[in-house]
Write a protein that binds this ligand. Structure first.
Ligand code: R5P
Length: 319
């Protein structure tokens, strides 16, 4: 008679077996600029980093060559989509080539997902970028994993993506960073959309919070109205937003806080877009620190979100 195993032992063996299959059947590729994040992911997932060439011909056309064996494999492509236009064609060429070479499934990991902010036609005749881009990616990839996409008018990505999407949130990691590094913080959302992150982070560390009101006048022009802040004059104001792009939102919020006498200000963004001189301009306001997550490689990247991505992939693959 064979040995009888307790249920938890069977689960443990099944998990180890799934893990082994996952390790043997998966491979991760990365677009240039994503190498550090990619290294961290493959180390945690214990899967190989794929060999791929992304380059351009002298005339600017894209060239993609997948050198690793990928037949019947779960293929992950890591591509953070800041400054998206030059990245999109290589992305699509990679996906079609991987399919042709027999990949089982192709999963796009886009720590920053582009084109989400244009979520309606604000003026007649405008393209709704988020919807068009979602339709395009849904045709080329089997799943999408991303971190805090800019969900404003859409409640979930499922409203525009037809493939399964996995949305991860950086708020708890941000809250933990604040707890470890800031004495007496007051968390501040510079606009109503940022309330979702600010509220969850504040609740997690039981810190007070305030939400400002923002009106956007143009790409680099915003107006902000500030509620009463007198009770928090001696706290460190920690501004939290999902995207820092032109930094107009952060700069305007910092100006108001300074006028109201707040001396210690820290800015935290999830996605460090920092278009043009935005980073230097924000620094020039005299804020104590500017911190971002490493969804986009930048000198301000302090909060590592790669562990959260690895955990999500592992959890899903082992189901
Ligand atoms: C907008 O709703 C977002 O949450 C950010 O506030 C915005 O994208 C920041 O952009 P900028 O840095 O250009 O002000």
């Amino acid at each position: 008679m064979g040995r009888i195993y307790a249920p938890h032992t069977i689960n443990f063996i099944a998990n180890r077996f799934s893990l082994l299959i996952f390790n043997m059947s998966s491979i991760l590729f990365a677009l240039p600029e994503n190498q550090l994040f990619a290294k961290s992911l493959v180390d945690q997932l214990k899967i190989p980093l794929g060999d791929v060439i992304f380059r351009h011909f002298p005339d600017g056309d894209s060239y993609v060559r997948i050198k690793s064996e990928i037949k019947d494999k779960e293929v992950f492509l890591l591509a953070s989509l800041n400054q998206p236009d030059p990245k999109v064609i290589p992305l699509l060429f990679f996906s079609k080539t991987a399919k042709t070479l027999g990949a089982k499934k192709i999963h796009l990991i886009a720590p920053y997902l582009a084109y989400m902010r244009q979520d309606k036609a604000f003026n007649p005749g405008e393209a709704i970028n988020s919807r068009i881009f979602a339709t395009l990616l849904s045709q080329y990839f089997d799943t999408l994993i991303t971190i805090d996409p800019h969900l404003h008018r859409y409640k979930t990505l499922d409203e525009i993506y037809t493939i399964p999407t996995y949305v991860l949130h950086a708020d708890i990691l941000i809250a933990e960073w604040i707890q470890q590094n800031i004495k007496k913080p007051v968390l501040i959302g510079p606009d109503v959309e940022s309330k979702q992150w600010v509220l969850r982070a504040a609740n997690h560390i039981k810190a007070p919070y305030l939400i400002f009101k923002k009106t956007r006048i143009g790409d680099r022009d915003v107006q902000i109205s500030v509620p009463h802040i007198e009770d928090y004059q001696h706290n460190t104001a920690v501004l939290i937003d999902d995207i820092i792009s032109s930094a107009a939102t952060m700069i305007e919020a910092v100006k108001h806080l300074k006028q109201l006498g707040v001396r210690k200000i820290v800015c935290i963004g999830i996605h460090a877009i920092f278009a043009g001189n935005a980073y230097q301009e924000l620094k020039a306001t005299g804020v104590e620190r500017i911190i971002t997550c490493n969804t986009i490689l930048h000198e301000s990247s302090t909060i590592d979100v790669s562990g959260m991505v690895a955990d999500a992939i592992r959890a899903d693959m082992l189901l």
